[in-house]
Design a binder for this molecule. Sequence first.
Ligand code: UD1
Length: 340
Amino acid sequence: MDKILVTGGLGFIGSHTVVELQNEGYEVVIIDNLSNSSIEVLDGITAITGKMPTFEKIDLKDKLEVENFFQRHNDVKGVIHFAASKAVGESVNEPLLYYENNISTLVYILKELKKLPEASFIFSSSCTVYGQADELPITENAPVKQAESPYGNTKQIGEEIISDTCKVTPSLKAIALRYFNPVGSHESAKIGELPIGVPQNLVPFITQTAIGLREQLSVFGDDYPTPDGTCIRDYIHVVDLAKAHVIALGRLLKNKHKSNYETFNLGTGTGSSVLEVINSFEKVSGKKLNYKIVGRREGDVISAYADTTKANNELGWKAQLTLDDAMRSAWKWEQIAKGR
Ligand code: UD1
């Protein structure tokens, strides 16, 4: 079976994707620098799949290390590139860190893939490239809006770098996957989201509040022009998201793609408000959540949810799991998560 490199393969979405790749029989090599992940995730992946993936602790900012890796693994057929920094607020304070972590590393990998006779590349992009879209649900043709943060900008620039490279490199096939809001964890609760420090994202903040690690959840604004006044997002179960990566990779490996650079939205197609997410959590956990409505958070868009027609038709992929499934698995994971 084909050998696939997964960068950032010990992170939240990366680890779930490694599980799905191994379930499909792919040989997986993980590169991770452990900057925002833990080596124990390798045990979780092994416990679920019965197979330990190869792991190399490499920092992709080290160009020579990247070259050296591809010299040793010149039989890599595909790369799923998750490794990146993703905290929006931090990126505002440390832009150069974000440009180095998210852009230099991408360039170094693409330079190596250019040397191969054929290579397939999957890029972690984000619905953040659309900003506040003028029309909902958001299709892939919606215009890319001026980025709100250096983090968002790295996703836009990343897509442009890949697109420009593909234009002049017929041997390179690439897909950028624009994730909406990934949540939940594997049903085994052997892997999940492990935010370092205070979580910035809604779902880990909810589960940490419910378990007593945080005192109270702040709901950022209830005066938005939405049915209940809170912001609307498209929360997609991380296992559904992981499966989409395997399907997208298969599309490239089997040469089913229509162009050597494609983009797909990955969401459920359904928008949920912050209060609906809290309700779902309370329903599946049987716990009352301590929350308070506070002022709006700077930079939040009002509403974002995906038009999934392209992914449904072209990839033959559709999200199967519900928001309740995601909240149930996130809560199960929170209750047994180690390493805190
Ligand atoms: C954010 C990033 C996005 C990134 C994604 C995943 C921004 C503008 N976007 O998406 O680029 O890809 O995370 O890392 O930051 N909320 C609360 N209280 C909280 C936390 C969140 O009410 O304590 C609300 C937010 O206002 C928002 C919703 O919950 O309406 C989801 O927030 P969050 O999980 O941070 O994701 P996004 O902001 O959508």
